[in-house]
Design a protein around this ligand. Structure first.
Ligand SMILES: [Zn+2]
Length: 116
């Protein structure tokens, strides 16, 4: 996977990081958002996907050590998350100017994936 600008991908991770963190109910988490893969409560947690993502991509993780391909995979997971949090109102994304849709468009452009 060449041609992908890592610093651009890292920049794009910034937005879903905030969004996912906001969506998580950390006051109900016994680990304060640190995924514990040996804890059944963690494994069965409804926030498992968000939590795992955060634990791979938050500020404490050296994202610049990742390959462009790994960053791309993490962005694609984030795209799914942002996408599923959008109301049907955003479906005509080409016209929508909200920050979710703006971010999605930027990612599609950066990763060269066709617009939905
Ligand atoms: Zn929108």
């Amino acid at each position: 996977m060449s041609g992908l600008d890592k610093s651009r991908l890292i920049e794009l991770l910034e937005y879903p990081r905030q969004r996912i963190l906001q969506s998580m109910e950390l006051n109900q988490c016994p680990h304060a958002g640190f995924f514990n893969h040996t804890d059944m409560q963690c494994i069965n947690c409804h926030q498992g996907m968000e939590c795992t993502w955060m634990n791979h991509n938050d500020e404490t993780v050296a994202v610049d050590q990742k390959t462009a391909e790994e960053l791309k995979q993490q962005l694609l997971v984030a795209v799914d998350f942002i996408d599923s949090s959008l109301s049907p109102h955003h479906l005509s994304r080409r016209q929508c100017e909200c920050e979710n849709c703006t971010w999605l468009k930027k990612v599609q452009k950066a990763l060269d994936i066709p617009a939905v």
